[in-house]
Design a protein around this ligand. Structure first.
Ligand code: FES
Length: 124
């Protein structure tokens, strides 16, 4: 289910909070956009599920203390900002706003990526 957010953004349901284990990540496809949904340090975060160094899935990395570590070469990304803390990655990964409504995780996506109404996915 999708709902209009601020200009240029659309809130898309990504799954349920109780299905996302603390210090873990899952990949969800939202309107064709691969999103890494991670729960850590008391919050849920959403970022593009693609390392900016080698284009592998960040959702397959380890999550701890508000960071996800790329499984391939070890760069750690701040889940709040998407900024890598060290090499080899040097470019931030796009992050998306998250809100929890009645136990549902909703992610604000850029409108161009959400022009398909049946955008919702669920963590697997
Ligand atoms: S592919 Fe992620 S750090 Fe190299």
């Amino acid at each position: 289910m999708a709902e209009q957010a601020a200009a240029g953004l659309l809130w898309v349901t990504a799954g349920r909070l109780d299905e996302l284990t603390p210090d873990s990540a899952v990949r969800v496809d939202l309107a064709g956009l691969p999103v890494c949904l991670a729960r850590s340090a008391g919050a849920v975060h959403a970022l593009l599920d693609e390392c900016s160094h080698g284009q592998v899935a960040l959702s397959e990395g380890d999550v701890e203390d508000g960071y996800v570590e790329c499984w391939l070469h070890g760069s750690r990304f701040d889940l709040t900002s998407g900024v890598p803390t060290g090499p080899p990655a040097t470019v931030p990964v796009p992050v998306y706003a998250v809100r929890i409504t009645d136990g549902e995780i909703q992610v604000a996506l850029p409108a161009p990526a959400t022009d398909i109404e049946t955008a919702a996915g669920t963590p697997s």
